[in-house]
Design a binder for this molecule. Structure first.
Ligand code: GRF
Length: 191
């Protein structure tokens, strides 16, 4: 089972995944994303191109499909990929694409889940990993976990606890889906 990770920004989830599982490549839709630096340090192949470099989203997503097909990817792991997957990519990879969302879906879908949960004053939020479908954070849930919000929490400490839960959940879900952990020889290759 070959996996690819898509990330738009920092890539802390990517890093945790790549430290524990062989990642065929990481893709970023931003050429200056920090995730690309992380990939370099970890010795993971990285690709970056931007939607605005293409005539339209169909052409952009077709380029992604070509990349995924070329690497014979079995599972695409979205981890902070901040674009809605369009019909072109979805048709080609539905059932082979998962996403992490930093709330307990269906609570607080969308791009600002942590902030929305914080502003709503919840006493617990969570993290969800789900299959990607045509909706925004609506696909079938694979696994989710609750994360408490404590009275003494700041926005930062709350967010940090959610990210820690994300890292743990992604690892668990990849194991559930049958992805084998890195072996010592994978690690040598990456050095
Ligand atoms: C994560 O909280 C993820 O759930 C959300 O965006 C964030 C990405 O963080 N969709 P990182 O790039 O993995 O550090």
């Amino acid at each position: 089972m070959k996996i690819a990770v898509f990330a738009s920004g920092s890539g802390s989830n990517f890093q945790v995944i790549a430290e524990q599982f062989p990642v065929e490549f990481v893709f970023s839709d931003h050429r200056d994303a920090y995730v690309l630096d992380r990939a370099k340090t970890l010795g993971v192949k990285a690709y970056a191109f931007e939607l605005k470099e293409f005539e339209n989203k169909v052409a952009y997503e077709q380029a992604l499909i070509d990349l995924l097909d070329k690497h014979e990817i079995d599972l695409v792991c979205l981890a902070g990929y901040m674009k809605i997957v369009g019909p072109t990519l979805l048709t080609a990879y539905e059932g082979k694409m998962i996403n992490i969302h930093p709330t307990y879906l269906p609570e607080f879908p969308g791009a600002h889940g942590i902030e929305d949960a914080w502003q709503a004053g919840v006493d617990q939020s969570g993290v969800t990993i789900h299959w990607v479908d045509s909706g925004v954070d609506t696909g079938k849930i694979i696994k989710q976990v609750r994360v408490p919000r404590f009275e003494k929490d700041t926005r930062e400490s709350f967010e940090e606890r959610i990210h820690d839960a994300e890292y743990q959940l992604y690892t668990e879900v990849l194991e559930i889906l049958g992805i084998k952990r890195r072996t010592a020889s994978d690690c040598q290759v990456a050095q």
